[in-house]
Design a protein around this ligand. Structure first.
Ligand SMILES: [Zn+2]
Length: 490
């Protein structure tokens, strides 16, 4: 037996100016794709384990994953998907590890188009797909899969389990002759990423309802939060069921889908994040900082490079300065031009330069100017570090060259590549201890929290005009189907 197993992941923020060429995916092909996943915690790893457990041959044409960024380059998509489609004929089962929210220059439905092509290349072959909880589901995706299951956690920690779930159902098609179909309900509801955590709130309750439906016999039930920073017809929440393709199975799933969808709709206000004005956020932060022996964490979630941010906007820092906040540690700020200037000046040099706001926010129609600053170069490093944990412990990371710039009231780590502050290493690589300062400003949404929340006296979320802002009114949607909540009263 031969199983086609492939991984292609991208969450596309169509409002992001960060390009997504083939190189962003760092693709692995064939045996390298197999090796990149075997033994890991990806959905593809679970597919490989399931295939090998059956003694099947694994055909692994592609494993490619890019950080969230702007619309995917058409040629990159063609190269990667052509390899998957070409490998489909002659396989006995197809298991795909996709994201579900990929927008390409050549199609708004990256996954739907791929699934339709794969199905056409191998009609009648069982096809299962594992997706991210932030997938934007479409009818084309649903029509071209037998099994569709998404993550049930955010932060995502169940990728492997999701892959194992998909594989189990596909194996039941092969071994027991079971027949599945994918059914779904989409809601005209754009959820905010900050409200899609499964740790608490409405999303946690929705996932619990889906899990309960599975316990009661629906083979697979997933709540997709969607990814709203995509200018497509429906970057919206969906509930997707894999059902037994019988009258009873269809009926059971229809009831369960309706139940979960109604629960989500009734709680729709809980999926909306209302941004607090920055001055109010800083007032709260200053109150928390009084007498605290740890920094207050300021999270700039409007410029998060793991959702398509440029990692170079200066809004929150400028607003903090304007309000008189002193003693701020922050980083990494991506500004390769500034790094070159600071490295040329050397450690100990007094410098004047224009910092940040260098990447034009064309898609948002925003213009910002680099900010003039004066300071001292404290340290320079190659910007690489080993993650100390608790997540991704031991992984080696690089931010390009890194510089510790001391502005007196603010300590900044300036780097050459966008980088999520998910580990203390982003500061320790230049010798900066960010816990020594009253405020710690990070451009992050979720990933920083396991490390930095325990080190802090409190957390204040800060929104501003960046590519990952939670203020939907900033984004010039052209293709969005209206009405949609919360932009319209529903
Ligand atoms: Zn996600």
């Amino acid at each position: 037996m031969k199983f086609l197993i492939a991984r292609l992941n991208h969450e596309t923020n169509t409002f992001s100016p960060v390009a997504t060429p083939l190189a962003s995916f760092a693709p692995d092909y064939d045996d390298a794709a197999f090796q990149a996943n075997k033994g890991m915690r990806t959905a593809m790893a679970a597919f490989i384990d399931a295939a090998q457990g059956l003694g099947a041959q694994c055909i692994t044409p592609v494993s490619a994953t890019a950080n969230p960024s702007g619309t995917v380059d058409a040629e990159a998509y063609r190269v990667l998907t052509d390899r998957i489609v070409a490998a489909a004929p002659g396989c006995d089962a197809i298991l795909l590890d996709l994201h579900g929210a990929m927008v390409v220059q050549s199609t708004p439905d990256g996954e739907g188009d791929l699934l339709a092509r794969v199905r056409a290349a191998a009609p009648g072959v069982p096809l299962g797909v594992a997706l991210d909880l932030h997938g934007n589901i479409t009818q084309t995706m649903v029509d071209n899969a037998d099994v569709m299951v998404g993550f049930k956690t955010y932060p995502h920690i169940d990728m492997y389990d999701t892959g194992a779930h998909v594989a189990r159902l596909v194996l039941q098609m092969l071994q027991e002759g079971r027949q599945w179909a994918v059914r779904w309900k989409q809601l005209p509801l754009m959820s905010h990423t900050l409200r899609s955590t499964t740790l608490n709130g409405a999303m946690a309750r929705a996932v619990a309802a889906a899990t309960e439906a599975e316990r009661e016999g629906v083979p697979g039930m997933t709540v997709f939060a969607g990814f709203c920073l995509a200018d497509i017809p429906a970057p919206c929440m969906s509930v997707v069921a894999t059902v037994e393709a019988t009258a009873d199975g269809e009926a059971q799933a229809a009831v369960a889908l309706q139940q979960v969808a109604s629960q989500i709709w009734n709680e729709r206000a809980d999926y909306v994040y209302r941004s607090e004005p920055l001055n109010a956020a800083f007032d709260r932060a200053a109150a928390m900082a009084q007498g605290a022996d740890k920094p207050v964490l300021l999270l700039d979630h409007s410029d998060n490079c793991m959702s398509g941010g440029t990692c170079d906007t200066m809004d929150v820092l400028q607003a903090a300065w304007a309000q008189g906040l002193e003693g701020i540690a922050t980083g990494p700020l991506c500004d390769p031009q500034a790094v070159a200037e600071l490295v040329a000046a050397g450690v100990g040099a007094q410098v004047s330069l224009r910092l940040g706001n260098k990447v034009p926010l064309t898609q948002l129609g925003l213009h910002k100017d680099p900010v003039p600053v004066q300071g001292t170069v404290r340290a320079i490093s190659d910007g690489s570090y080993t993650v100390t944990g608790p997540i991704y412990t031991g992984q080696r990371c690089s931010m390009g060259r890194a510089v510790w710039l001391d502005l007196g009231h603010t300590q900044i780590v300036v780097v050459e590549q966008p980088h999520e502050p998910w580990d203390l290493g982003v500061f320790s690589c230049v010798g900066l201890d960010p816990t020594m300062y009253p405020y710690l400003l990070l451009k992050s949404r979720m990933y920083c929290r396991p490390v930095f929340v325990p080190l802090s006296a409190g957390l204040v979320e800060c929104d501003s005009q960046g590519p990952t802002s939670s203020d939907h009114s900033l984004f010039p949607y052209q293709n969005l189907r209206r009405p949609v909540y919360p932009l319209d009263a529903l």
